[in-house]
Design a binder for this molecule. Structure first.
Ligand SMILES: Cc1cc2nc3c(=O)[nH]c(=O)nc-3n(C[C@H](O)[C@H](O)[C@H](O)COP(=O)(O)O)c2cc1C
Length: 249
């Protein structure tokens, strides 16, 4: 089984491609835990993968928590794949304390953090996706062979970024207060339906962020069909990114 978390479709696409090429199945972590914590057991001979986006040089909290619930039998094959705009820092080294994988990979994918930066140019997006397709094919072969690989682009200052900036991001940069819907909102409610932590409700034909903090997955702001969702003053002039999947409603 390949478990994944994805805000804007990159990690979902990777998980689904890996499943297709290895004959496996996928399961969204946010759906699996929607009724509460679960226990996952990978028996001897089983293959278990976890795919997720990198947030501030770490794994999303939901992914780290989920990984604690996995028990690996002796002889189970475990691997992790992260998608990131550029560099993963020590996200994978940190994850190994919770999920004792044999192999880990990072894949550079289009950037979705439009609160901090604009989206990638169309040319860079195409280059990343072409390289990602090749890397997924290589990962699938390694998974089928149960190989041991560590192929993660950690980047400069990785230890410092993961140890210092990641906890600061989790503590101070996950506020929902700056989110709002502008006059282009047509009350379709998509943002509320797709939020993986149910932080949005529809009130008076407008989304309202009812949790103080969220995972900052950027699903709502990038996927809004009207481009009506903003975060403070910085996002109105920026592009939006979403990778559509055949399996996403
Ligand atoms: C809150 C947040 C933090 C991010 N931090 C990083 C980072 O530290 N390094 C990086 O290379 N990309 C970073 N990104 C970019 C995403 O990891 C990247 O676009 C990823 O492929 C998105 O995956 P998804 O579509 O499955 O959500 C960040 C994105 C978000 C939303």
């Amino acid at each position: 089984m390949i478990y994944y978390f994805s805000g804007t479709g990159n990690s979902q696409w990777i998980a689904e491609e890996l499943a297709r090429q290895t004959g496996d199945e996928t399961q969204a972590i946010s759906q699996l835990i929607s009724d509460g914590p679960v226990a996952v057991y990978a028996r001897e001979g089983a293959s278990i993968g976890v795919v997720f986006p990198v947030y501030a040089w770490g794994a999303p909290r939901m992914v780290e928590d989920f990984c604690r619930s996995i028990t690996l039998a002796n002889g189970a094959y475990a691997y992790a794949v992260c998608s990131c705009g550029d560099e993963a820092g020590k996200a994978m080294r940190r994850l190994k304390k919770r999920f004792a994988y044999q192999s880990a990979w990072s894949i550079a994918m289009p950037n979705n953090y439009i609160i901090g930066y604009d989206v990638d140019s169309p040319a860079l997006e195409r280059t990343k996706l072409a390289a990602a397709s090749e890397k997924i094919a290589a990962i699938a072969q390694a998974v089928l062979a149960h190989a041991s690989v560590y192929d993660v682009r950690e980047g400069a200052g990785a230890g410092l970024k993961t140890a210092l900036i990641r906890p600061m991001f989790n503590a101070f940069a996950c506020a929902t207060k700056p989110f709002f819907a502008d006059d282009n909102c047509n009350a379709c409610g998509l943002c509320a339906r797709i939020c993986p932590i149910h932080a949005i409700t529809m009130e008076d034909d407008k989304p309202r962020w009812v949790k103080m903090q969220c995972t900052q997955c950027m699903g709502c702001i990038n996927r809004c069909p009207q481009r009506a969702i903003q975060y403070g003053a910085g996002t109105a002039g920026r592009g939006r990114y979403y990778r559509y999947s055949d399996n996403r409603a």
